[in-house]
Design a binder for this molecule. Sequence first.
Ligand code: ADP
Ligand code: ZN
Length: 730
Amino acid sequence: MGQSDYFDEGALVAVLTTQPLGRALDYKAPEGGVMRGAFVEVPLGPRKVIGVVWGAGAGGFDLKKARSIARVLDVAPMREEMRAFLEKCGAYTLTSLPQMLRLATRAPGLSNPPSMQKVYRMGHKAPDRMTDARGRVLAVLEEFGALGFTLGELAEQAGVTSSVVKGLVKQGAVHEEDTPRDLPFARLDASRPGKELTEAQGVAADRLVQGQKAGVFGATLLWGITGSGKTEVYLEAVAEALRQGRQALVLLPEIALSADFMRRVEARFGAKAAEWHSGVTMTERRRVWKMVGEGGAQLVIGARSALFLPFQDLGLIVVDEEHDSSYKQEEGALYNARDMAVLRGSLCGAQVVLASATPSLESWSNAQSGKYELIELTSRYGVAVLPELRTIDMRQVKLPSNRWISPQLESAVKARMLKGEQSLLFLNRRGYAPVTLCRKCGEQIACTDCDARMVEHRFLKQLMCHQCGATRPIPEVCPSCEAEDTLAVVGPGVERLAEEAAERFPEARVAVLSSDLFGSARALKAQIMAIAEGAADVIIGTQLVAKGHNFPLLTLVGIIDADLSLQGSDMRAAERTFQQMRQVSGRAGRAEKAGVAMLQTYQPEHPVLRAIMSGEERQFWRAEADERRLSGMPPFGRLAGVVISAPNERDAFDLGEHLARNAAPLAKIGAQVFGPAPAPVARVRGRHRVRLLVKAPKDAPLQAALRAWLKGLKLPNQLRLSVDIDPQSF
Ligand code: ADP
Ligand code: ZN
């Protein structure tokens, strides 16, 4: 720590807050002085807000007018490395520092002193009188109560008022106890042996462990087919990081954060890791945040935002399912957690491991060029083999209308049922049917605010817009011509597919896994666990099931519409379809039982389907890469999207055209501007969206040019502009 890291009482310091002022404000250091990086509370107008001491104040005004820092908070100061990370990440994504700071302070009640809280668990006595509400409380406690709930959580989970819980406490049916908040996590035991590794796994694990021992930054692509044991392998690197006394972070796509995964980690290290995702309670978040900063959490398993936790000494970052598009944050700061993990690792001297069965073209090409190490696992663990793949040519199948399950798939499901095995029917479409139209006038019911159709959700008894989430009742008459009984639905969604499955397999227990059908992450986790233990014969699922869950009894995967994601003009369509089909097929046959995946398609000759069928992965990636290279698209060129939105389409276009005409700073670095054109979703929540795409050579200083280009731009009233570096679709 240098001299300049400490500021004496009365010295002027710059404090960054999350308020959208764009820059840090000057305050006087309080009594006792203050450290650089300290979390503080400062007066701002009539309010007090939380901020971080960023450095020396800029001054340049009457010192007597400067206000003082009100209080230094009792949390570990933000480390130099974290400040650098926020600055660099902000510079890369063209996001302001206050907005970046918001990502790094997502812990409620930071300014509160540590305190006690009441926690509720199952009591010893039965209630004197059982009611529905009481029954629900006890059921929730029985299922999840080991963790302990706060009053609010328990009441919410059971759907009762807190007085119901209090009543049960009085009768001894629920137990109430005081526990201090913010306890450290139980120590993980890194000396416990992991599973005995196969030779190939052992070689892979050794390389990661050696990389970890080096104690410096390095990035590795761990490319292993589904079921090859990537998790077992990278857990060895986690163990090494823990032995070094350093912290580790494992990132997973939000919906792959299963109880199953948490248990695996617990079994490996003998204690629970810290969890960080949207299903974690507010009190637990605060605890994780503080303990990560104080070193009381050694291992965090989290969704993308865990990257912004204040680690004390982060030695390893694993990004599992690194190809997953949900790593890209699509609102606010538009960052890709996979790329920012590499940045963070380079700043704190951590090893970064990107794991996938179907890597992104970006990581694939970084491994090709030697920027990343490459470790491959080419066979499944044990006797498990990759599923046999078959296409079903739907042009040859004559299905009655409103039926989507081919006879081949139907008899395969029936055969599984006879053997007590599970089948998964995959369709990446939530709801009952994608289109509702009037048979008389042809009107398709669309969202009033978005460029999107309303999707019928029959379970929820409403129409829903998948862009903005707006819902409305299913109308009885056509909203356009007012004819009665003329509305009809077209095409399948998972709910409708479930209906067909129930008809075709009357004896089957059919379960639908779709994110909108579960009130909470907990409920979803519980359902997934039940299915893994055999509570369903036929599982109908959206992409929710494509990720990371282990269903040991699952031996058949039927992909209802393999052509679905190939539609559209997106350059990534092929890559995404390939990844999705491989991932979903990979769900079949993970244990001793061999699996089969059947892909229903109208275009079996399509290059993507041919590549999936033949298993010629490398050829596929090479062909994809060649195409991108020729067109200068990522990862061989750089791309930024500039989205302008306005209530009025003309205004958005006008600004877009103005920007396109005045793009000298971009021309200077050899970048081209395309558009403006309607954005991939052209209207959302009543705002029209147009997009400019900026394409630059790979080594061009794109961000600097963008900043110069947009500098001083005065946005007319009602217009908004956002820059998306490395957009997902192009
Ligand atoms: P991946 O992450 O590559 O899909 P996993 O690590 O989830 O693969 O492994 C697939 C399954 O095989 C898991 O149930 C895992 O416990 C098991 N497995 C993998 N390697 C071993 C091993 N060496 N010993 C015992 N079980 C293993
Ligand atoms: Zn909408």
